[in-house]
Design a protein around this ligand. Structure first.
Ligand code: FAD
Ligand code: NAD
Length: 471
């Protein structure tokens, strides 16, 4: 085994958390090594998560729109055919371009990229089993655990990525399933249900709770988007629990019953997607070798400066607390390097946006109505529908609304919730406003260009403390 010079920072994992920390630390003049076992950088997000799923969402939406949403716009199209292989190739091109781009950025910032699996030998030494064979070790003054997450399995249903799939299989199917059953109506479930339903599958989403959308989505918004997705052809079974699943040859039978108990029902599928959440991944890291513990949900235990109980070993991203989102991992990655280098850093956990990339998109930041009710916080609501927004009307995409929640006394923003075309871009404005402690009147008095979708945001703010003009 060879050993390289001691680093200021050794990072285990080259996902969003790991690679962003590596670049930032390189920029700060630190000597950095980043260990990644996948063979490419970018982690779940770039390889099998955010990026490939958005490629499929974008192109399946185009296909669906050309099939069903052109005639009344004055566009007559001829023979429209799906070329699934090419759709997947377009996805792979985006992924490859981005992961190579990250590799270039690491090189540019002087980071040593080690392709292999890292594990703790002692508190400062990481042993690496190299992907190309052999072993090395690297020592660091500081170590960052950025090993991410993996799919939570459903007991009794073994994932083979062909008939019983996780999101990784769902972005790489070789043919469009006739019948797709999705277990879990969270973000992954709904994004993947959208893709395959648009491409022709008969999709049924089974969700344990009474509301879809996963944790954090405002109930009114969840109900609104469920109605829209149902109109698009997706079948929902909410308040329903999956009891078991059985694979027989090419088919899967999924046994379900009402969550509160009741009649059992069997759903037939040729593909079942397990999308009931993700769990931190620390397998094979050798945390036990240095006495580091995880909590009951597998999360690496850290303090407010991302330190484990061994202070020079820190953890950020999906492997620890907080929402499993790429931009949250990225914020933490920058902050953790600042803590190491300067002694202070900053992430505002009350101000992390969420986006679901269905059509229309769903986006939110801050607290939901149910959050506020639960915490007994008084609030005022202002809403504005896209059916009253000139640009949405012009584009013939009028589904959805903007909803703003503000403090009734001070008018300070508490939460912003949007269903609508481009909601994922529009939420940036809401996030900035929330971060700066704006009031709904601040937004209402800010001039917004006409005709834009963002006028709906301004008018929802007007409706929060006074009245909207166009509704
Ligand atoms: P990861 O991205 O999981 O990276 C960890 C890396 O560490 C992996 O590459 C792994 O191979 C490596 N690793 C683990 N152990 C070792 C070891 N011992 N040695 C060496 N390397 C190791 N988030 C969003 O914000 N927006 C989205 O649109 C979005 N879409 C998603 C879609 C899907 C289908 C999925 C599954 C997730 C999506 N996410 C999205 C979530 C997002 O992917 C994660 O929050 C993000 O990837 C977390 O980054 P991370 O670096 O903490 O972990
Ligand atoms: P999730 O936690 O968002 O949703 C899981 C859903 O499954 C929940 O609604 C839950 O009630 C339901 N569920 C759990 N057990 C069940 C059971 N036995 N039967 C029926 N339903 C059950 O998890 P996910 O959708 O798997 O996504 C994992 C993570 O990846 C999330 O943290 C998510 O934020 C992230 N992600 C984000 C994006 C995005 O930002 N656009 C996209 C994909 C994934």
């Amino acid at each position: 085994a060879t050993q390289s010079e001691e680093k200021d920072l050794v990072i285990i994992g080259g996902g969003v958390a790991g690679y962003v920390a590596a670049i930032k630390a390189g920029q700060e003049g630190m000597k950095v090594a980043c260990i990644e076992k996948r063979g490419t950088l970018g982690g779940t997000c770039l390889n099998v998560g955010c990026i490939p799923s958005k490629s499929l969402l974008n192109n399946s939406h185009l296909y669906h729109q050309i099939l069903h949403d052109t005639k009344h716009r004055g566009i007559e199209v001829g023979d429209v055919k799906l070329n699934l292989q090419q759709l997947m190739k377009a996805k792979d091109t985006s992924v490859n371009g981005l992961t190579k781009g990250v590799e270039f950025l690491l090189k540019k910032n002087g980071v040593e990229y080690i392709k292999g699996t890292g594990s703790f030998q002692d508190e400062h030494t990481i042993k690496v089993e190299l992907n190309d064979g052999g072993e090395t070790s690297v020592t660091g003054k500081n170590i960052l655990i950025a090993t991410g997450s993996e799919v939570t399995p459903f007991p009794g249903l073994t994932i083979d990525e062909k008939t019983v799939i996780s999101s990784t299989g769902a972005i790489a199917l070789e043919k469009v399933p006739e019948k797709l059953v999705v277990i879990g109506g969270g973000i992954i479930g709904l994004e993947m249900a959208s893709v395959w339903s648009r491409l022709g599958s008969k999709v049924t989403v089974v969700e344990y709770l009474d509301q879809i959308g996963g944790p954090g989505m405002d109930t009114e918004v969840a109900k609104g988007i469920q109605k829209i997705l149902k109109k698009q052809g997706i079948n929902f079974k909410t308040g329903t629990k999956v009891l078991s699943g059985e694979k027989t040859g090419e088919e899967v039978k999924v046994q379900v019953e009402a969550a509160k108990g009741g009649k059992e029902e069997t759903l037939d599928a040729d593909v079942v997607l397990v999308a009931i959440g993700r769990r931190p991944y620390t397998g094979g890291l050798g945390l036990e070798n240095i006495g580091l513990e995880v909590d009951e949900r597998g999360r690496v235990i850290i303090d407010s400066e991302y330190r484990t109980k061994i202070p020079h070993i820190r953890c950020v991203g999906d492997a620890t607390f907080g929402p499993m989102l790429a931009h949250k991992a990225e914020e933490e990655a920058v902050a953790v390097v600042e803590y190491i280098k300067k002694g202070y850093g900053h992430v505002n956990y009350g101000c992390i946006p969420s986006v679901m990339y269905t059509f229309p998109e769903v986006a939110w930041v801050g607290q939901s109505e149910q959050d506020l009710k639960k915490a007994d916080i008084p609030y005022r609501v202002g809403t504005f529908p896209f059916s009253a927004n000139s640009r949405a009307k012009t584009n013939l995409d009028t589904e959805g609304f903007v909803k703003i929640l503000a403090d009734p006394e001070t008018d300070r923003l508490l939460g912003i919730h949007i269903i609508g075309p481009n909601a994922g871009e529009m939420i940036a404005e809401g996030t900035l406003a929330l971060e700066y402690g704006a009031s709904s009147e601040d937004i209402a008095r800010t001039c917004h260009a006409h005709p834009t979708l963002s006028e709906a945001f301004k008018e929802a703010a007007m409706a929060t403390h006074a009245k909207a003009i166009h509704f």
